[in-house]
Design a protein. Sequence first.
Length: 76
Amino acid sequence: MGILDTIGEIAGAVVAVEAADKIDPDASLLTKGIAAIAGFKGAGAVESLLDKQEEQASKTETGDSADSLDNADPQA
């Protein structure tokens, strides 16, 4: 999934540069560069956070199903 991660980070950079351009149409190249870096890093951070949440959710679901099997009434 390395290529998909990189594409997401590039998309974040492009969106950040476009946002900076909308806020300040006369933005300098330095401002646009900083926005691109922030968007790139921000998209990576958001993606990492979502991956961690998905892992925790899958662990919780797995743990809940195991608990429900352990607590099941054996006479049923």
